[in-house]
Write a protein that binds this ligand. Sequence first.
Ligand SMILES: [Zn+2]
Length: 368
Amino acid sequence: MKPFISISRLPALIVIACAISLPASAWEIRSFGGHDYVPVAEVATFYGMREESATDSNSKNLAGTGRSLVLTRGSREVVLNGLKHWLAFPLADDGGRLFLSRLDLGKTVEPAFRPELIGGFPRVTTVVLDAGHGGRDAGARSPYELEKNFALDVARRIRDQLKKSGIRVLMTRNSDVFVELQDRAALANRLQNVIFASIHFNAVDNNSAASGFEIFCVTPQGAPSTAYEQTRLRDMVEENGNEHDIHSFALANTIYHAMHGRLDMADRGVKRARFAVLRSAGVPAVLIEGGFLSNSGDARKIASKHWRDTYASAIACGILEYKKLAEQKIAPRNVAAHRNPNAPAPIMAAAPAALPTATGIMLREIPE
Ligand SMILES: [Zn+2]
C-alpha cells in the first residue's frame, strides 16, 4: 500500500538542462497534444536499433547494440530492455509513423539505455531503508502476516546484506512503531551521499488475480503519474524529489532488473508517482512494492523466509550496482544478465557514427 499523495508548490517548466552538441533542427520535432515529440525511427537510428518482426500491427519491436524497445501504438506502456516501463505520454501516430515524446526520450529511454552517461550522481556511502507503515498503521495484510511486519523483516535483511559490503545503513524504524511520512524522507535529507528506499507490499480489493512486483520513482515535473491519464496543474509543480529524478529513475531501474532477474514474479513495471516519501526526498529515492498480499500465490511466496531473503539480496544487489554506476560509471546488469550470470555482457555500442557521440554530459544529443 502506498503513502498518500498531495502537492505543495508552484508550476515551473520542464527543462532538460544540458548542453547539446546537436542542433535541435537535426531532430524532427512535432507537437501532439501540446507536447513535443520526435520520430521513433530517429530514436531507433540514434541508438543503433533496427525494427524486428512484431507480434501485431499495433506494436513495433526495435533491437540492436544490446538494447531493445517494444512500443505499442497509442499506449504509454513500453518494454525497455526486457522490463515494463510507463511513459508520461502515449506514443503518437501520424499516418503510420510513430512518435515518442521528447520528455520520455530524456527522462526514461535515454537513462535506461545509457545510464553510464548520466551526470551529477551523488556518491552512495549511506542507505536509508524505510520499512513501510508501523505501529497503528498496519498497511495491507495477508492470511500469514501484516504488511508492516513483512516490510520491517525485509528492510532488516537488506540492511544486513548492505552492511557486509561496508555500506552505512539507517532505518526509519527498527521496531513496530508509527513514523510520520514527512519524517521518513527527512532522515535521508539531513545526510550526504545517501539514497532512500521504501519497502512495501501491495494489496487490492476485489481483484485477487492482481500480482507482481512494481517499483516507483518520482514523476518528472510536467508529466502525469503512471496512475493518471491526463496532465493536471499539480503535475507542473517542481517537487523536492525532482532534483534527482534521473538518478531516482536509474536507481529504480537498476533495482528492478536485479529483482526480476533473481525472483519469479509478474512484471508490473517501473512506474512514476508523487508519493509523499518520493516527492519530499531530496536524494535519489524509490518505493518498492514486493508483490500482492491479496494474491494467494504472491502471499505464499512473501510468507517464506527463504523467498524474503532472496528478495532482500536482490534489492541489495541492485543498490550495490547503482553505487558502481554512480561512482564508477559501470552500467548495471539487465534482467537477462541477472538470470544468467555466466552469459557475456551485452555490447553497449556508442551512438552511431553519423551522430555526435556523447562525451559524458547527460543527454548531450537529446533535442532540447
Ligand atoms: Zn504499504
